[in-house]
Write a protein that binds this ligand. Structure first.
Ligand code: FMN
Length: 302
């Protein structure tokens, strides 16, 4: 067991870096994130019941310190991905978490059951997409809905259930509802609703007008969310938002995250980011004289 090994509930990760959902979508790209770049685990694109073409282009734009995207949950539908791509992703020999985006508790349950049967190591319930109606943020921002969904899914699965929440006034209450209903971990946060405007065209850049902001611009907000959740939860928290280097990952862990997801930086800095961040964390542990990451996690609260 190396210094970088972390336990995420029942799962053991070789290091705390995880590929965030929606960034690399095919099974072979997920495998590459594991083998060539050293991620500790990978999350699939969010899967819906039926194939979704997503919104017309443009669906993503670079802004100061981040990206705004409204891809529209484009994916091939759960059955296609789980029967054709998941086994390729598993070839990376690290845990593969299947992200699920249903529109009601029945859909969540159905996709999750199939994901477990197909070999997922955990499911991540996406209750936080900010730009697709009925598939996200409005579910995660309502603690009663969160409770119902998590209970429904937990009642039928053996693999861990992670719940991904977004920025809302009820983040804390929704996270507590997820924990009370048996969630194994909470992931915080998804992108934050935003937009970009082209001054020459005098028009919104994205076809969908509003999208979700990711990257360094949201990091301090995500950090605050993790810090606050740590005060109220006993299950592991996975930090997500704007990690571009080892310092970002360590900040999340000091605030209370057990592991850290990386999304936009894979696009802006290359897939090698996982290995670089893991190496930086290892050097930090050595320089600070820490034996393992347990000594770091949540230590800003002590
Ligand atoms: C192009 C793009 C597509 C995304 N698709 C998904 C998705 O399908 N499901 C999901 O839960 N999050 C999705 N996200 C959100 C990321 O997983 C992550 O929560 C967010 O980008 C913040 O992390 P980052 O700043 O490291 O990118 C997407 C983000 C981007 C930029």
């Amino acid at each position: 067991m190396s210094k970088l090994t972390v336990r995420l509930g029942k799962l053991e990760l070789r290091n705390p870096t995880i590929l965030a959902s929606g960034i690399l979508c095919s099974g072979s790209l997920l495998k590459r994130a594991a083998i060539e770049s050293g991620a500790g685990a990978v999350v699939t694109k969010s899967l819906t019941m039926d194939e979704r073409g997503g919104y017309p282009t443009p669906v993503i734009v670079g802004v100061n310190e981040g990206l705004v995207n409204a891809v529209g949950l484009a994916n091939q539908g759960y059955e296609g991905f789980l029967s054709q791509e998941l086994s390729l992703a598993k070839g990376g020999k690290i845990p593969v978490f299947v992200s699920v985006a249903g529109s009601d508790s029945k859909e969540f349950r159905k996709i999750c059951v199939r994901a477990e049967e197909a070999g997922a190591d955990a499911v991540e319930l996406n209750l936080s997409c900010p730009h697709v109606k009925k598939h996200g943020l409005e579910m995660g921002a309502d603690p009663i809905t969160v409770r119902k969904l998590v209970k429904e899914v937990k009642g039928t699965l053996k693999i861990p259930v992670h719940v991904k929440l977004g920025l809302s006034d009820s983040l804390k209450d929704s996270a507590i509802a997820a924990q009370d209903s048996g969630a194994d971990a909470v992931v915080a946060i998804n992108t934050i609703r935003a937009m970009a405007i082209d001054v020459h065209a005098r028009k919104p850049v994205l076809s969908h007008v509003y999208g979700g902001l990711s990257g360094p611009a949201i990091h301090p907000i995500a950090l605050r969310c993790v810090h606050e959740l740590y005060e109220h939860l006993s299950i592991p928290i996975v930090g997500c938002g704007g990690v571009e280097d080892w310092q970002g990952a360590i900040r999340f862990m000091l605030a209370g995250a057990t592991s850290v997801q990386i999304g936009s930086a894979v696009a802006t800095r290359g897939v090698e980011i996982f290995g670089r961040v893991a190496k930086g964390i290892e050097r930090y542990l050595d320089a600070q004289g820490f034996k393992n990451l347990d000594e770091v996690i949540g230590s800003v609260h002590r």
